[in-house]
Design a protein around this ligand. Structure first.
Ligand code: ADP
Ligand code: MG
Length: 366
């Protein structure tokens, strides 16, 4: 018998332009898929075994296609979680060899986790020949991350990885079931601007304490206010919450929701200064009200603004990871230099800076 054919798929990392910590509050988010991808080569096996290799991991992993939560840990959990989640959804995999390579930095807040999950999901579904709509694949990948890996993340990362469109941001209504994804042209490049990512290389782990704590605080607030989604809260909600910490969290969710809606308008109208000003205001809210920033992120933002960025903010869950800055093309280098100088001065590890552009979501490459 001939060996089954090898197919090639890929899925991108993402940058959230604005709408941070809103995907689990039923709010709007505005991510782009980025031009950094996780490639997945796959070939089916008929012996019930799944093997996976990654150029980012020292060892390959192997497990049964009947894998259950808890059986595979470390990076293999992202692969096993997808196999499990697909099976749970009625798409069992008979076994597979999966070879992964990626240029999405891991643990940098650019969602390498959704990239690997969605890349593997697209590859396995494509290999077994089932056609599942991208939003549905995103939710299966999210389930792998939530219920197999054990990270209680919202749906934004996987939706961006699956639904990304070149030259577009995605305006996502996370309150809708299923979430509604609306591509919006995002062409600042034509107007001489670039989106710079500053990977602070400060370590963060969404899997541990603080992220879950913020979710719990938001759930508490929604319950006190009698709301299904905290993002639906009116401004008066802030007055009705007594606890000063919860009050600040609610203020972030309310103001960030309003900023994200304004940002979509600014994006459509190519009002770049306005968009960038909203970025900077979002950062202040995440730093002061939601308290998920980090000294490295604050310095990255401040240094970018000093060196000529139109606006800047942390992106992703926070506690390290990356910041983004919207910069005039001819200032991009100076912004990077300034950030590096400020990091050196603060005796932080050297940050990585690179430009990103809005790119396509998961796809078959061959
Ligand atoms: P982020 O999603 O911001 O990059 P996470 O902590 O959510 O950070 O996910 C990073 C983890 O995902 C890595 O530690 C690793 O376990 C796994 N991972 C992501 N991409 C790959 C890859 N290409 N190969 C192997 N593991 C990966
Ligand atoms: Mg992640």
């Amino acid at each position: 018998m001939d060996a089954p054919p090898v197919g090639r798929w890929s899925a991108p990392g993402r940058v959230n332009l604005i709408g941070e910590h809103l995907d689990y509050n039923g709010g709007p988010v505005l991510p782009i898929a980025i031009d950094r991808r996780t490639d997945v080569k796959a070939r089916l096996r008929d012996d019930g075994r799944v093997r996976a290799w990654s150029d980012l991991a020292e060892h390959s992993i192997e497990f049964g296609a009947d894998v259950e939560p808890g059986e595979v840990t470390d990076w293999g959990a992202y692969v096993a979680g997808v196999v499990w989640s697909l099976r749970e959804a009625g798409h069992p995999v008979p076994g597979a060899d999966v070879v992964i390579s990626s240029d999405v930095p891991t643990g940098a807040g650019l969602s390498s986790s959704a990239a690997i999950e969605c890349g593997v999901a697209a590859a396995l579904l494509g290999s077994i020949g089932v056609d599942v709509p991208p939003v549905e694949v995103a939710l299966l990948a999210q389930r792998a991350e939530n219920d197999y890996v054990g990270v209680p993340s919202g749906s934004m990362d996987q939706l961006a990885a699956m639904c990304g469109a070149e030259g577009h941001a995605l305006f996502i209504d996370t309150a809708a079931t299923p979430p509604k994804v609306d591509p919006v042209p995002a062409d600042w490049t034509a107007d001489g601007l670039r989106l710079l990512v500053i990977d602070t290389r400060a370590s963060h782990s969404l899997a541990d304490g603080e992220y879950a704590k913020r979710r719990a605080e938001c759930d508490t607030a929604a319950e006190q206010l009698g709301l299904k989604h905290l993002a639906d809260a009116g401004l008066d909600a802030v007055l009705r919450i007594e606890d000063p910490v919860i009050k600040a969290r609610v203020r972030h969710v309310i103001t960030e929701t309003a900023r994200t809606r304004s940002a979509v308008r600014a994006l459509r109208e190519r009002q770049w200064n306005q968009l960038a000003t909203l970025f900077t205001a979002s950062h202040a809210s995440l730093r002061d009200d939601f308290e998920v920033s980090a000294p490295e992120l604050d310095i990255a933002v401040d240094a970018s603004l000093e060196a000529g960025a139109l606006g800047a903010r942390m992106t992703g869950g926070g506690f390290g990871g990356s910041a983004i800055a919207l910069v005039p093309a001819d200032r991009a280098e100076a912004v990077g230099e300034r950030v590096r100088a400020m990091f050196a001065h603060a005796e932080f590890a050297e940050p990585r800076t690179f430009m990103v552009a809005p790119a396509a979501g998961a796809r078959r490459d061959g």
